[in-house]
Design a protein around this ligand. Structure first.
Ligand code: F6P
Length: 467
């Protein structure tokens, strides 16, 4: 069958944002709506991700009446005007799937664009059996993608007792990544999250430096250390990523050396860092979120206690460096500031391209495909597409992409040469002049003191329609 034979007549499509938000979601929606306008396709935004799909009234908003984009959709605004949730459809619930497909038919929706990460791709999978769906990627964690195409084949599955989920073990793979071959080089949201983390680290540095303290800064990313890797732009002294189990003695030795030298140390820790036995540092709540992701907390606090104990008060009291170990070592989580706010130019631009490409895929008759951002030394960044199954292992599981060992120098606790080469194309021109100007012009705008924040939720609520 030729591509033309397969081309679908798309008159109206749906779009939703699922999973944790990122700063570039509105930019992706904007890219999709702009492309749909050009093709004369109507776009209905489904509210609150799969929550909205499962709601019998399927709350939705017409995003392009008369093929012009509604003013609430601003690609520079963080978050998502459609709202997001971590709800997913259980693939076992075939009846629910049929009902959902019926709701789409009732609304005359011919195809669906889901904007999300690995959880969303899993959530979208059962729907693809009953309805054309494509994914436009997003996640600040940068973990949707592959270091190389055959990576999903390098997993072993270990069955557990009846009640426990099987465990997956990564088998030895390629020694080095080739940057041109990375699948989905970076996801929208990642560069903005890194920009927030890096500037936070720079700020914490000067206070740690003044007060002779050891700062431990925790960044997000679950079991993937990309945000920690990118935080190298904040010039932390030590970076700990979840992919490299912590060798505590080596780490402590490095902290001592640096403190002796510069009287303060800045450490960045990815929230999913493990000890040598593979246990996540600090508290790991027993619960999972609705997408099945483990909820991490406390890696930095765990390190703080360990350092305060192993360095001891005596280390700080010497030469009057600091009053006590527990006061000298402090932690900060960059937290949700990484996920929120205005996306930087790189994210906005690429997110919009990926959203537009998703609409093209639906028009071209694709189903269960993902738009991806590729990079090559010759072409720079360009968008492409991949069948979603290429991201799955033989048991249909999508594993979060991890920072490949060749991108990190575990002896220096810093990105390796190749890691630096990976970061450069992403970040060198990532911030636009308008980003800097935006802050200058708006942060202390006098009008803010006399007007309340105007939430787009109020305007979107007025536009929401129900089945
Ligand atoms: O996956 C994105 C992410 O921000 C992770 O980095 C983090 O662990 C998690 O979501 C936090 O989720 P929540 O906002 O639901 O606490």
């Amino acid at each position: 069958m030729t591509r033309l034979d397969r081309e679908q007549v798309m008159k109206r499509i749906g779009i939703l944002t699922a999973g944790g938000d990122t700063p570039a979601l509105n930019a992706t929606i904007h890219g999709a709506v702009t492309r749909a306008n050009a093709h004369g396709i109507e776009v209905l935004g489904i509210m609150k991700g799969f929550d909205g799909v499962l709601d019998p009234r399927m709350p939705h908003v017409h995003l392009n009446p008369l093929f012009s984009t509604i003013p609430e959709l601003d690609p520079c605004q963080g978050g998502t005007i459609l709202g997001a949730s971590r709800t997913y459809i259980d693939p076992e619930h075939t009846e629910v799937l049929k009902v959902v497909a019926g709701r789409f038919r009732q609304l005359n929706i011919d195809g669906l664009v889901c904007i999300g990460g690995d959880g969303t791709l899993n959530g979208m999978q059962p729907l693809t059996d009953v309805f054309p769906c494509v994914l436009a990627p997003k996640t600040i964690d940068n973990d949707l993608g592959l270091n190389y195409l055959d990576e999903p084949n390098q997993w072993a599955r270990e069955e557990q007792s009846d009640s426990d989920e099987p465990k997956y073990r990564r088998l030895p793979g390629r020694e080095k990544v080739v940057l041109d071959e990375i699948i989905n080089y970076a996801t929208p949201g990642y560069s903005t999250a890194v920009s927030v983390a890096a500037s936070g680290i720079e700020r914490i540095r000067t206070t740690a430096e003044s007060h002779r303290r050891i700062a431990i800064i925790e960044v997000m990313g679950r079991q993937s250390g990309y945000i920690a890797l990118g935080s190298a732009y904040g010039q932390p002294d030590i970076i700990l990523i979840p992919e490299i189990p912590l060798q505590y003695a080596k780490f402590e030795q490095r902290v001592r050396e640096l403190y002796e030298l510069q009287k303060h140390v800045v450490v960045v820790v990815g929230e999913g860092v493990t000890d040598e036995e593979g246990s996540v540092l600090g508290d790991k709540t027993a619960s999972h979120d609705p997408a099945g992701n483990i909820v991490f907390s406390g890696a930095a606090e765990h390190l703080r206690h360990s350092l305060a104990e192993s360095l001891g008060d005596e280390f700080f009291e010497r030469d009057g460096r600091h009053e006590s170990a527990s006061r000298a070592v402090f932690t900060r989580k960059v937290g949700h500031t990484q996920r929120g706010g205005r996306p930087i130019q790189f994210d906005r631009f690429q997110a919009a391209q990926l959203g537009g490409k998703a609409v093209d895929l639906l028009i071209q008759g694709h189903n269960n495909s993902v738009t991806i951002l590729q990079w090559s030394s010759e072409k720079g960044f360009y968008v492409d597409a991949l069948p979603a199954n290429k991201l799955r292992d033989q048991w249909q599981r999508i594993h979060p992409r991890e920072v490949h060992a060749s991108l990190f120098d575990e002896h220096r606790f810093q990105p390796s040469k190749l890691g630096v080469a990976y970061l450069l194309p992403l970040f060198t021109n990532a911030i636009g002049q308008d980003d800097a100007e935006h802050m200058r012009a708006t942060l202390f705008s006098p009008g803010k003191l006399s007007t309340r924040y105007q939430s787009t939720n109020i305007d979107m609520q007025k536009r929401t329609r129900y089945l």
